[in-house]
Design a protein around this ligand. Structure first.
Ligand code: TYD
Length: 276
């Protein structure tokens, strides 16, 4: 199919966003992660090579760097040290793409972005899950002590960065992307509850995620200095817009959470809630 599409549409450019992306799902079953993220990327790289693509942007993740202590930031030089099946599959795709540049001269550029939030994010991820459960008055499952830190970026700021890397990014290079907005999980959850006027009694501390990375934080000075990118959305406003979007688009997420997703939710959370 990929070969047919390259030929039929004379494709010359690839931005590979396609991936299995949820750490918790990779813990329930890893195989699909390696199949989609590693083999899938390789299929695209091989096709791009056969049809002499002029640019291949591989969307990687800051999770390839592993976990940080209380201080420090991930730079593009930080050694890769992925800790979950998800992040090891993404790290594999990331370095495979770079190896295709090195060996075959394929014009590859890699981006490694921090945690995204915004409209249309699948309900499994922290922010939509907490918004949806709050709206429905359901318990909010906080893993461990709730003090894990993620560095949040609004999806449009991420997309603008990808567009810039696609247009101007130097071949063979890696660009970190992040908006320098570190937050503890529990801070975000309390903020969501406050904005929705719901009680903190909905919060429930549950069994931690195995191998849970403690902290991610991105140094994005390279993309800022070399390509002139900077984030333009402020966290407080953008999280407010995101919550409004979920309030106004209930049909979209109700349809998702009433289908196949229920099985995932049960597999992921039923035991966690019962243990407390
Ligand atoms: P997630 O959205 O899965 O992204 P990441 O790939 O960074 O793990 O989770 C973000 C953080 O929120 C992470 O520290 C795990 C935590 N978390 C919970 O506490 N409860 C939940 O139900 C989920 C989905 C995540």
């Amino acid at each position: 199919m990929v070969d047919y599409l390259f030929k039929r549409f004379n494709l010359k450019f690839v931005i590979n966003f396609a991936a299995e992306s949820h750490v918790d799902r990779s813990i329930l079953g890893s195989e699909i992660f390696y199949r989609t993220n590693v083999i899938g990327t390789t299929v695209l790289l091989e096709a791009a090579r056969r049809y002499q693509a002029e640019k291949f942007v591989q969307i990687s993740t800051d999770e390839v760097y592993g976990s940080l202590g209380p201080t420090g930031l991930f730079t593009e030089q930080t050694p890769l040290s992925p800790n979950s099946p998800y992040s090891s599959s993404k790290a594999s795709a990331d370095i495979t793409a770079l190896s295709f540049h090195h060996t075959f001269g394929l014009p590859v550029v890699v981006t490694r972005c921090s945690n995204n939030y915004g409209p249309l994010q699948f309900p499994e991820k922290l922010i939509p899950l907490m918004i949806i459960n709050s709206i429905k008055g359901k318990k909010l499952p906080v893993y461990g002590d709730g003090l894990n830190v993620r560095d949040w970026i609004y999806v449009i700021d991420h997309n603008k960065a990808v567009e810039l890397v696609f247009e101007k990014g130097n071949i063979g290079e890696v660009y970190n992307i992040g908006a320098s907005r570190e937050m503890k999980n529990i801070e975000i959850i309390k903020l969501i509850l406050k904005k929705l006027g719901k009680s903190e009694e909905l919060i429930e501390y549950v069994k931690d995620r195995p191998g849970h990375d403690r902290r991610y934080a991105i140094d994005s000075s390279k993309i800022k200095n070399e390509l002139g990118w900077k984030p333009s959305f402020n966290f407080e406003n953008a999280i407010g817009d995101t919550i409004d979007w979920y309030l106004q688009n209930r049909n979209w997420w109700e349809r998702i959470i009433s289908g196949e997703y229920q099985k995932y939710y049960y597999a992921q959370y039923s035991e966690r809630f019962n243990q407390n």
